[in-house]
Design a binder for this molecule. Structure first.
Ligand code: SF4
Length: 299
């Protein structure tokens, strides 16, 4: 498929300049996925099945090359993606969708060459060769993983085409070990009638303990959530525990609007991070290189 334009400014919370270079997403989340609902409403896809058969935007690089000379001076960073997944997983071959990852990588390179940072978010995996490649990309990039449960039963039911949780988390950890800035999106966080393990959020936080920052948000617009007794009190308890964990582990936290404590925990999680962040990146690059070497020695 081809498009007429690529870069746009998103109005969503913690939005900003965005690129969605794929239509559809093989992860097929059933929360439901708002991007799919929007695509259906605007007639771009007709069914869930069609949404799950993604198509890359064939002229994405052509559009980017045409738009950047005009827009680059106004753009500090670009987020990939709000309406698809830039490191999409193919559950049939149990690996990344090469065509999507290749286009994503080229887009990141093009933006970084212009001095524009990139933030990513995925329920797929960051391939090892991409992790290696990040060493030559901007140290201001931030690579995110989206995870709301450690339960594979939950994933199979609600995120059926996404990467297995162990592989998803491990690939983001490798990026952190390589000295890259990483973040986690814990949203939409389920109630216990959706995922019984959700009462205990700390194991999930420990599993993603390598990230620099966290975005937390409740599950919205679901009868399952509204039918859970005391869902407001439940989300307040969980938000407090997430905040307490982030405080004690030195993580930046942003709680999304509509979730308890959102007025107290507002952070520019995807922002540049300032000079301190640059120093930290330099330090972690060294630590990361050491630990990667240690891993290689052990294997
Ligand atoms: S990964 Fe994101 S874009 Fe893809 S189906 Fe799930 S919610 Fe939608």
């Amino acid at each position: 498929m081809r498009r007429k334009s690529l870069l746009y400014e998103s109005k969503v919370e913690y939005g900003g300049w965005t690129i969605n270079h794929v239509q559809g997403c093989g992860h097929g989340c059933r929360y439901p996925c708002y991007a799919m609902m929007l695509a259906k409403r605007t007639g771009r896809v007709k069914s869930y099945e069609e949404w799950c058969r993604p198509h890359v935007v064939e002229n994405a690089l052509e559009l980017l090359d045409a738009e950047l000379p005009r827009l680059a001076a106004r753009i500090d960073s670009v987020h990939l993606c709000f309406t698809t997944d830039p490191f999409m997983y193919d559950a049939d071959v149990e690996g990344p969708v090469a065509e999507v990852v290749d286009l994503t990588t080229r887009i990141i390179e093009r933006l970084n060459e212009r001095g524009i940072r990139v933030t990513t978010l995925t329920k797929g995996v960051y391939p090892d060769d991409f992790v290696e490649r990040t060493r030559s990309l901007s140290p201001g990039n931030q690579y995110g993983l989206s995870v709301v449960s450690l339960g594979e039963a939950f994933r199979s039911q609600w995120e059926p085409g996404s990467a297995p949780l162990g592989a998803r988390i491990a690939s983001a950890r490798r990026l952190a070990q390589a000295g890259q800035r990483t973040w986690a999106s814990i949203e939409p966080y389920p109630t216990p009638n959706i995922d019984p393990s959700s009462e205990n959020v700390e194991p999930l936080l420990e599993a993603i303990g390598f990230v620099d920052s966290v975005v937390f948000g409740r599950w919205n617009y679901s009868k399952l959530v509204s039918s859970f007794p005391e869902s407001k009190g439940y989300y307040e308890r969980i938000a407090r525990r997430v905040a307490s964990w982030c405080d004690s582990h030195g993580k930046t936290l942003h709680i999304k609007k509509g979730t308890p404590l959102s007025d107290r925990y507002f952070a520019d999680v995807l922002g540049a991070g300032g000079d301190d962040a640059d120093d930290r990146i330099a330090r972690r690059r060294k630590v990361g290189a050491d630990s990667l070497c240690a891993e290689r020695r052990a294997s």
